[in-house]
Every structure is written in C-alpha cells, then in structure tokens.
Design a protein around this ligand. Structure first.
Ligand code: FUC
Length: 831
C-alpha cells in the first residue's frame, strides 16, 4: 500500500514460508489441538457489536452479526481516516515554553509552574479512524421462525459461518476476508434449489452516495470528514467537519458489491441489489480509499479509489467460491499454522459449550485449558487479520470500528497500546505482521524531525502520546487545553525504535538493521540533545512524565510534570544500549557509540523507594492513585531487559513489591501487561492469575475482561488486551530477552502438562517443547542463522548427536551452550 516501503517483505516472506514447511509439526500426540477447539461459536445472532464476529484481511474487515433475515456486515478499511497530512508550523512557541518549563523545574522544582508552562508545547489532536459502511442483507425467509441456529468463526481457517433452518430448508452463509482476492466474500447456499432471495443495502455514517454501478453491482462513494475531534473533548460546536474544497483534508472511499448467482435473477438499482430465487449466491465486497501515503494530499494527490476498487472487483469476481476459499485458507494457514499449542486436561466439555457460555463458565472458575489455548490463538488470528505487510498498523481496535467518534479516536496510542499490539508478533511466529508498525515508525521518523525542530529546536526525531495514519508526531492537547499528564509525554520514538532492534534480535537480519539504524539513531539524537544535568550531576529529562499518573509533590500538591521519571530513564538506557549494540553489530559509527556510552554512565539511576518498591518518580513521592493502571516504571522489567530476577535480583524484588502495591486490578491492557510482568519475574502462578482475571466475562469482572466475541474490554473494546495476553502467555513458556533461551521460565501449576511448537526466540531460533508434570520432557530447537545457542533449563539436558555439558547456574537451573549451524535442528532431552 505504501509507495515507499522501507522494509520490503517479499524476500523474507518467501524464506519464512519455506521454513514453515520444514518445521512441520510431526509428533503431536499428547493432546490434539482439535479444529473444533479452534472455533468461537454461538447459538443466537449477535445483538451487540461486541457479540459480532470479526473477519479481516489486514486491510478490509467486517463485523458479522449473523441475523437470519437481517444480516449486517459492518465494514472497515484500514486506511480510511479523517483529516489529511499532519500540519506543521502550528505552534512556534515550543522552544520558549520548553525554556520556561525547565526554568521552573531546574533548579526551582516548582512543579505547579512547570505544569502550566509545559502546555505551551502542545499542538493539535490526531485524526480519527473511520467506520466505512454497513452492508445489510434482508433475506426472504417467509413467516416461519428459524431453528437449529449456529454461527461461528473458525480461527484456524479464518472462515465465519451462519446456519439455520426455516420450513425444512437449511440456509448457510459463509464469509471470508481474503488477502489474495483483496475482497470480502459471502457465500449463500440453501438445501433446496431456488430458495435464496434477498435485498442488500449499503449505507455509511460518513457522507456518501450509493447507486447501481452499471454492471449489476452497487457502488458506494464516501468522503471522510476533514476533522473529527476525539470523543473525550466536548468544547467544539462542530466536532465533525467536512471540507468540500480541493484542500487536503477528507479522503475519498469506494465500496462495491456484486452478486454472482446460480439460478434466479439479480437486479441492481439505486435502492440496492436484489437476488430472487437463486440456488446459490456468491457476494463480492471490495473497498478502496484515496489514501496515498502519510504525507500526500488524499484529495488532489489521492489514489483513484474507484478504479482500484473496480479492478479488485473484476479480478475477485472472476473466481468462484471454492477456488477463493482454497486460496484464502492456504494464504492464512501459512501464518497461522506455524504455531500449535495445547494443554492437557482439555476435555470436550468446554468445546460443547457456546463461546459465551464457555467464557462465563471459565470466568467463574471452570478448568478449561482448551479455552485458554483458543484465546491464545485468537490473539494470533486477530493480528493476521488486522496487520498485513504493506498496510497500516493495527490501531486501538485493530481494523474494526463502528463509530465516527470512536473511543480515543481509535488511533494509535503510543505510550503503551500500539507497542502492546505488536508484542506477540515476533515471539508467536508472525514477524511479517509487524512490518506495518515498522512503516509507521519510518513515517514518524520523518514527521518527527519537523516536530523536534519546531517544538524543541533539537536534532533527531520525537513522537508523543498519540499518532494516526498521517504520522502526527506533536504533543496533542489542542494548544494547551490538554492535561500534560498524558498529552505531553514524548518518549514514543525510542520505545517504538526498540521494535526495530528487537526484530533484528529475533531474525539476525543485518540488512534490516542497516535500514533501521538511522531511525534508531535519530531517536537517540533527540534524547541526547534533550538530556540536561541536574544539581547532583546526573543526566535527567526535564520535563518528564510517567504516563498517565500523577504524584503528590513536596508541598502536598498533585502534580505530574516532573524530572527524570523512572520510565524516561529506563527507556533511554534501553534505547542507548540498543543503539550501541546495533552500531557494533553493523561495525559502524564508533564516535556515536562513544557519545552514548559516555551519557549512559551519567544517567539518573533506578531507585528503590521506602516501601521497597521501584521508585516511579524523581523523588520518593506518593502516587495520587496507588492502583493506577499504568505501571510505566517497570518498563525495565518488560518490555525492557534491565530488570531481571536472574541478574538484578534487588530491582526485581522492588518490581515485585511495586506490582503488589499496585494490585492486580486494571483495565484490559493493564491486566495484559501484568501477565508479562509476572512472567518476567518468573512467577508463573501469579501470571496465570492475571491471565484468568483478564479472561473474565464483563458481567463477572469489575475492570478489564472479555466480551462475548472474546474481544478484550478496557472497557470499552481495545484490541491491545488481546495481543498483550497472547504475548504474556508466551512469556510464561519461553523467554530470550537475556540472549539465552529460558525454557518454561514461568510455567503455572495449571499448565502442568502441554506441548507447543513454532515459538520464536532471539538469535533466530524456532522452539518446540513438550512438558509433563511441570518438567520439560524434550525441546527441539531449529537454528535459522547458525547463532550460538545458550539454553536455560531446570535440569541438565543432553543434545542429540553432540556433546554438551549442562552447568549449574548460580542464579537458577542449568545452562547448556552449543554452536549451531544454519538450518540445524537440535533435540534436547532431560537427562
Ligand atoms: C491510554 C490509557 C487509557 C486508554 C487509552 C487508549 O491513554 O491510559 O487507559 O487505553 O490509552
């Protein structure tokens, strides 16, 4: 989709596809991952959006309600956003505001004044992700009521279906969002000929027209608003504005629907598309927008959405249902089937329950490990369905959004949420799905240079709390109206850049790192300009925030603008270390390495507070909300690698204390982060407790939980909780952030016996494991690049065909080190 893809996926895709066949899963006998368990299913149609089932091909998505006579497919297209390219020269007082803020902070420590001044660094809000259209399908079924109703979503095949019987006729609708066909396809059948009659209507919440397309189909032309205010501001009379001039705000979109039938008649006119008396119908849905890159005017330099859409329709509608399904499932399975996971104790009982009842039973204590593996894999399903190479990154709702003013604009919140979306990508063997994030980072590194210069007069690039498809990089808040608590946080560039370096660590792809290094360096340059020296000679950030928490200052006042929060300093240490390692791996930039090493030594360090916790702030202040959902000061524990029970036990204990003081409650994504934290603390049972807390039906949970369609609830729906949970469950089974493969580091009692294959570890390894009664039985490690392999296990191991020695570790378990060959397969067994 983007013209200037930095991280071209094609060659890596081919290699990985080849590898995924080599790594086929052979001896899967303990407990089968039955395909029936890879299903969400229900006995009644959805009445709410959070009961509807999501399908997506990364770009176009639908929420399927499954009503027999009134089907609704609520459609989205991932590039359909309000607004246009990010505005520059909006606020030219930034450098003066920064100087005033710093004057208040250093040396006066007048936090209230700093809080006022820092607002001068704010710019405009981001734009919003838009709903595209509603496709309604009124099926004629006579007056009898329906029976034998089911609807489902097979996440191993990526097919959703609806089935019911009326007057002895069984009707079926099957739906896919196909990546190869670039279309959503609905296939309607009936058990008796001539029984399919329906009328479709296409509508939209944005400005639109709809008419027959001249070739038996319907065409909807839509126009996005020029401006949509976030749902949390209410002071503008007109929160949604359109602009019909040729100016650059408000992209166009097209949606086309066409029916190909066996038997019966089709008619398309301006009121809709109707089919009468058909035996079988294939309905094709295509969509495109005029979006043409983050920095291009989507109006006058926009893509020709009509011909794009029409071309997609021409190609897709030439292919019949069975060939479409075959191509779709092959394409999808090549990613999904790379990883299999099952746990003992999964009897069929859970699978017999409709998913909403299964969720409720699980929420109230049922043992159902099959439900956990289903939920785990659902995270992978959602990632494959919402983030494909070449398209935009998955936003707060992936690609599924029904509202014009969705919660938090359904944008990219980059102080945790967008990053969390991508935590499971590499480890759960879906590395390509992260390319859209890399493209977003690349775009931000372009707009972020302008923001760094205009607002801070500094080098490098900077990004703040929010961004959008236009890669807005300024602090939001509408020129001083936002609370600095969230609006002014500016550490997204280094945090996002760690995803680039982590990709290298997982794949050992030097060419990728070479492309990524200038971006990483740009983020470090901004930080290096930004750091100032405090009265004790430490390098500190000022202003500084700990998202989105506040503290009680020395004068007893609530404040949030501070100096050198733990999160800032942890992110900087992490990023400088990553840059140094990257430069050394590339054998480049020795001067810059020296500069960063010099600064590293002077950074304000971690502190343990009076309660034994990891201090969040510059001083040991109390939190205003001690149970706040963000636990940003534990960045070094996860996703970072600074704090670990193995190497920094004192800080790890302080992190544990922090989590205990914060408590287990939280929003959906907060619970998900805590699974990852507890896994990194090597406490599997506590991680498991958080996993169960997150997997509660909302009627049982008081905070975060799950909706009937297993979408994670903040509440409201936010997809990061799904992705963060899949990541956390992986961290319970395998960790490699310390450059060793720690097998089963945080296995909970509830997962005593199980099997997983296709996990990925840093160093470019693929790992399969099976375990029994909480002990590893065997592991198969496939080395992609031939890196040295260090394995940590709870008991000594032998490696088939080579001589190894397991050495007892001073910290925990045994370390076994061996050289590997590219493509080499190493089978480990417990001695
Ligand atoms: C951050 C969080 C909120 C929410 C929003 C999208 O601001 O603090 O809880 O997740 O992002």
């Amino acid at each position: 989709m983007y013209n200037r893809l930095l991280f071209s996926p094609t060659s890596r895709l081919r290699l990985l596809t080849a590898l995924s066949f080599v790594l086929s899963f052979s001896s899967f006998s303990v407990i089968a991952q039955t395909s029936n368990n890879m299903k969400l299913w229900y006995k009644q149609p959805a009445t709410k959006w959070t009961e509807a089932l999501p399908i997506g091909n990364g770009r176009i998505g639908a929420m399927i309600f499954g009503n027999p006579s009134d089907e609704l497919l609520q459609l989205n297209e991932s590039s359909f956003w309000s607004g246009g390219p990010a505005r520059t020269n909006v606020n030219l007082n930034g450098p003066a505001a920064l100087a005033a803020t710093r004057k208040a902070l250093l040396p006066n420590e007048d936090y209230a004044e700093a809080n006022k001044q820092v607002k001068g660094l704010q710019g405009l809000y981001t734009q919003s992700y838009m709903p595209l259209a509603d496709l309604k399908l009124k099926q004629e079924l006579g007056n009898s009521s329906y029976e034998n109703y089911t609807r489902d979503l097979s996440i191993d095949k990526s097919i959703s279906s609806v089935m019911f019987t009326v007057d002895g006729v069984t009707y079926k609708r099957e739906m896919i969002a196909s990546f190869p066909a670039k279309a959503i396809i609905v296939h309607l059948t009936a058990s008796k000929p001539g029984k399919i009659s329906f009328k479709t209507a296409l509508t939209s919440q944005v400005r639109y027209t709809v008419a027959a397309d001249g070739s038996d189909g319907l065409l909807l032309k839509a126009k996005a608003p020029a401006q949509v205010d976030p749902n949390y501001i209410g002071y503008n009379k007109e929160p949604i504005k359109y602009d019909d001039s040729t100016n650059c705000r408000g992209m166009r979109a097209a949606v086309q629907v066409k029916a190909i039938t066996k038997g019966g008649k089709t008619n398309a006119d301006d009121t809709g598309l109707s089919v009468t008396g058909a035996d079988e119908v294939t309905l094709y849905i295509c969509a495109a927008t005029s979006f043409n890159s983050f920095d291009q005017c989507p109006v006058k330099n926009g893509k020709d959405e009509l011909s794009l859409c029409n071309n997609m329709m021409q190609t897709a509608s030439r292919t019949g249902w069975s060939a479409l399904v075959a191509a779709h499932t092959t394409d999808y399975a090549k990613y999904f089937n790379r990883l299999k996971f099952s746990l003992a104790g999964s009897d069929a009982a859970g699978e017999q329950l409709p998913t909403n009842e299964r969720l409720l039973a699980f929420s109230t204590g049922a043992k159902d490990p099959g439900f956990e593996t289903l939920f785990y894999q659902y995270g992978r399903y959602l990632l494959i369905s919402s983030s494909r190479p070449g398209g935009p990154a998955a936003n707060l709702q992936g690609i599924w959004n029904k509202e014009l003013r969705a919660p938090w604009s359904s944008n990219y919140t980059i102080n945790i949420n967008t990053q969390m979306n991508y935590w499971p990508a590499a480890i759960s063997n879906l590395e390509e799905m992260e390319y859209p994030l890399f493209d977003l980072i690349k775009n931000l590194s372009v707009t972020g240079v302008v923001t760094a210069k205009q607002y801070y007069n500094m080098r490098g690039w900077v990004a703040h709390h929010n961004t959008d498809i236009w890669a807005s990089s300024n602090a939001v808040g509408d020129m001083g109206k936002g609370d600095p608590l969230w609006a002014n946080w500016y550490m997204a560039a280094p945090w996002l850049s760690r995803h680039l370096f982590e990709h290298y660590r997982f794949t050992q792809d030097k060419q990728f790192l070479k492309n990524a290094y200038p971006i990483m360096k740009g983020a470090a340059e901004f930080l290096s300009d930004f750091l100032v020296t405090d009265k004790n000679g430490y390098l500190v950030t000022a202003p500084s925030f700990s998202p989105e928490n506040d503290y009680i200052d020395d004068k007893g006042k609530h404040a949030n603008t501070s100096i050198a929060t733990t999160m800032d300093m942890s992110i900087i240490r992490d990023h400088f270390r990553n840059c140094i390692e990257a430069a050394k791996a590339l054998n480049t930039d020795p001067q810059f390495v020296k500069l960063l090493e010099g600064k590293m030594a002077k950074l304000y360090p971690l502190h343990i507070g009076k309660k034994g916790n990891l201090q969040e702030w510059y001083k040991d202040w109390e939190d205003v909300d001690p149970h706040h959902r963000h636990v940003s000061h534990l960045f070094g524990l996860h996703p970072g690698r600074e704090i670990t029970p193995l190497l920094t036990p004192d800080f790890a204990n302080a992190a544990r204390k922090t989590l205990e003081l914060r408590g287990d409650a939280g929003t959906g994504w907060s619970l998900a982060w805590k699974i990852n934290f507890w896994a990194r603390l090597l406490d599997g049972n506590h991680a498991y407790k958080l996993e169960r807390d997150l997997m509660r039906d909302l009627s049982v949970s008081k905070g975060g939980g799950l909706y009937a369609n297993l979408f994670d609830a903040h509440p409201p729906f936010q997809i990061d909780g799904n992705f963060g949970a899949t990541s956390g469950m992986t961290e319970m089974l395998l960790q490699s952030h310390l450059d060793e493969l720690h097998l089963l580091p945080a296995l909970p009692d509830a997962w005593a016996t199980g099997k997983i294959s296709g996990l990925k570890a840093r160093g470019a390894f693929t790992v399969d494991m099976d375990w029994k009664d909480k002990q590893l039985v065997s592991a198969t490690i496939t080395s992609v690049k031939g890196s040295k392999c260090v394995v940590r296990t709870s008991a000594p191991v032998s490696v088939k065909g080579i001589n190894v020695k397991s050495v007892q570790s001073a910290q925990s378990g045994y370390l076994t080190t061996f050289a590997t060959k590219p493509g080499g397969v190493y089978v480990l067994t417990i001695k």
